[in-house]
Ligand binder design. Structure first.
Ligand code: AMP
Length: 278
């Protein structure tokens, strides 16, 4: 495990065993099978001579609520053991003070895709994400980075940032890993009560069922009705957006994404399904 950017660079530049392709998997820790699938994907992209770096950093500037940041799980010992078992080459665990100078005054802002969905309900969230991801790219000098399709808006925004700023990093997408009842794995799932955990399988079920309809209003109406049947969750947003622009869709002519964010008490979960026009 390395905790500073300079130590990371020293390892990567100083050791000839790390001469191959460098692939980064940025995470906030509390690793689960979803993260492990990303790590496996990173190994494939890196090839036998390449380096897989996993960063674990609970990035304070992407949280819009102090209580959510404080409650975010941080099981570092277990995470390190999982990284070791997954044959990760380097685990980068920077300190907040290492990442952010007290008088920092620069943010990376994507100004279009980040306006809807999670960007609308969590102001500043994607500024924090873009800023930390760009910093991690620069610190690791990675050639490629793997992101989960689960956070599809984040993925689209990072692709846009990389394109717009000519960042020389290949962005690789990895599919969503789910529990057997359909709930998308998330570090936040461990904070659900037993009742809420059982109930949470309704999110994916509702989205999936709604995806069988062909008209935008029917799709949204059905998903809203199914989610409303749960007495435990509160809908943060439920939207049908264009898969490329993230703008609301009124008629299904191009691939669209039915996306939901819900709260179980203070635990916020997101999920989505892709819908192709008939
Ligand atoms: P996080 O630690 O939640 O910030 O996520 C780190 C990376 O893991 C992001 O690229 C996420 O999209 C990805 N990820 C999180 N959950 C899953 C999942 N269930 N399946 C696949 N990738 C995931």
């Amino acid at each position: 495990m390395v905790t500073t950017g300079s130590a990371l660079r020293e390892i990567l530049l100083g050791d000839e065993q790390y001469a191959g392709r460098c692939v980064l998997v940025p995470t906030m820790g509390a690793l689960h099978r979803g993260h492990l699938a990303l790590i496996k994907h990173a190994r494939d992209v890196a090839g036998p001579d390449g380096v897989v770096i996993v960063s674990i950093f609970v990035n304070p500037i992407q949280f819009d609520r102090e209580d959510d940041l404080d409650a975010y799980p941080r099981p570092l010992e277990t995470d390190l053991m999982q990284c070791q078992a997954a044959a990760v080459d380097v685990v980068f665990v920077p300190d907040v003070r290492e990442m952010y100078a007290p008088d920092r005054s620069t943010l990376v802002t994507e100004n279009f895709l980040s306006r809807s969905l999670c960007g609308a309900s969590r102001p500043g969230h994607f500024d924090g994400v873009c800023t930390v991801v760009l910093k991690l790219f620069l610190l690791s000098a990675c050639h490629a980075a793997v992101f989960g399709e689960k956070d599809f808006q984040q993925l689209a925004i990072i692709r846009r940032m990389v394109r717009d700023l000519d960042v020389p990093v290949e962005i690789v997408e990895s599919p969503t890993v789910r529990e057997s009842d359909g709930l998308a794995l998330s570090s936040r799932n461990s904070r659900l009560s037993t009742t809420h955990r059982e109930d949470a399988s309704c999110i994916f079920r509702a989205l999936n069922e709604a995806a069988k309809f062909h008209k935008a209003d029917e799709i949204l109406g059905h998903a809203r009705k199914r989610l409303a049947e749960s007495e435990h969750l509160k809908i943060d947003y439920l939207e049908l957006v264009d898969a490329e622009t993230m703008q609301p869709v009124l008629e299904l002519r191009r691939p669209a994404i039915l996306a939901a964010a819900v709260f179980y008490d203070d635990v916020r979960l997101i999920d989505h399904v892709l819908i192709s026009p008939a």
